[in-house]
Design a protein around this ligand. Structure first.
Ligand code: ADP
Ligand code: ADP
Ligand code: ADP
Length: 214
């Protein structure tokens, strides 16, 4: 299956993507995680992305689309993929459609995670991620690690993302509303959108998503 996950920052895209990718046996591709890995490795791509991310803005399309297409071109994506955080605006959505059409492929579904803004703010405020791998995600109260500040998965140090501080979060929510939400209508016109509530426990949301994708 070829699936795009959309939803506001903090909706639980990364958390759900891990379980869905495992259940569906497809790779999880997160552009946010790819950018953060590049930043921690000090690559040129990371340097280009960092200032935009810290300001809560989108990284420019030419950089982002090239990175996403490069990742999608890898062999293990041929059976499908779960895209998390890409596309994030109409230009990226159109680029993805072209990329797939050139290979005689198309998306199967766009899963839209709906969460009220006050809940999203609580999820982001308590989010802690691992220095070694930003896909290792915890929450200080909703899913705390066994030992405070230490990643259960790899023992790495947990920290709060720079862009998870309050002023940047406000900007990211605005960017989501203005630039990302329009892609939902774009995909609705292709009959691809399935919307679910992402409230409730993590495994309940996963079950809801699996049912919706049937
Ligand atoms: P969240 O999971 O909280 O929505 P992400 O990890 O997906 O955040 O993204 C963090 C930041 O990385 C974004 O605010 C943006 O600066 C950058 N980013 C990630 N994906 C994209 C994209 N598709 N286009 C442009 N910028 C992106
Ligand atoms: P996104 O990738 O959409 O930005 P994350 O998956 O990183 O979102 O989740 C944001 C925060 O909310 C994390 O701290 C995560 O542990 C927490 N979280 C994820 N799903 C739930 C849930 N169903 N209920 C409560 N907290 C959740
Ligand atoms: P409850 O009433 O179940 O004790 P809250 O309503 O205070 O919990 O929880 C706030 C948010 O955190 C809700 O989205 C809830 O589903 C989620 N949540 C509660 N417990 C967990 C958990 N163990 N893991 C992930 N999310 C949780």
């Amino acid at each position: 299956m070829r699936i795009v996950l959309v939803g506001p920052p903090g909706a639980g895209k990364g958390t759900q993507a891990q379980y869905l990718a495992k259940n569906l046996s497809i790779p999880h591709i997160s552009t946010g995680d790819l950018f953060r890995a590049n930043i921690s490795q000090g690559t040129l791509l990371g340097k280009k992305a960092q200032e935009y991310m810290n300001a809560g803005q989108l990284v420019p399309d030419e950089v982002t689309i090239a990175m996403a297409e490069d990742r999608l071109s890898q062999a293990d994506t041929e059976q499908g993929f779960l895209l998390d955080g890409f596309p994030r605006n109409l230009a990226q959505a159109k680029a993805l459609d072209r990329f797939l059409a050139d290979r005689n492929l198309a998306l199967d579904a766009v899963l839209d995670l709906e969460v009220p803004e006050d809940e999203v703010v609580k999820r982001i405020a308590g989010r802690r991620i691992c220095r070694n791998d930003s896909s290792h995600v915890f929450h200080v109260t909703y899913s705390p690690p066994k030992q405070e500040g230490v990643c259960d998965i790899c023992g790495g140090e947990l920290y709060q993302r720079d862009d998870d501080h309050e002023d940047t979060v406000r900007k990211r929510l605005e960017v989501y509303h203005n630039e990302t939400e329009p892609i939902i209508d774009y995909y609705k016109a292709q009959n691809l959108v399935v919307t679910i509530s992402a409230l409730g426990k993590v495994d309940e949301v996963t079950q809801r998503a699996m049912d919706a994708l049937q």
